[in-house]
Design a protein around this ligand. Structure first.
Ligand SMILES: [Zn+2]
Length: 62
């Protein structure tokens, strides 16, 4: 698993289908349909859903 955003291999698994990139601080989960849902971790520790901000297609899987 590499980060789908920055291609870093500094990726940690934080849940059943949840991952975290130590390089760009992006968090994402893969839902039951195989769709990636991305979150940005804010300075206060809260999560902003990037799919809500940019839409579902801001990232196209390579
Ligand atoms: Zn990354």
């Amino acid at each position: 698993m590499v980060c789908p955003y920055c291609s870093s291999k500094e990726v940690g698994k934080i849940g059943v289908a949840q991952y975290y990139c130590w390089n760009c601080f992006l968090e994402w989960e893969i839902d039951e349909n195989g769709k990636c849902i991305f979150y940005q971790v804010e300075e206060d520790g809260s999560l902003s859903c990037l799919n809500d901000i940019f839409g579902d297609d801001w990232f196209k899987e390579a």
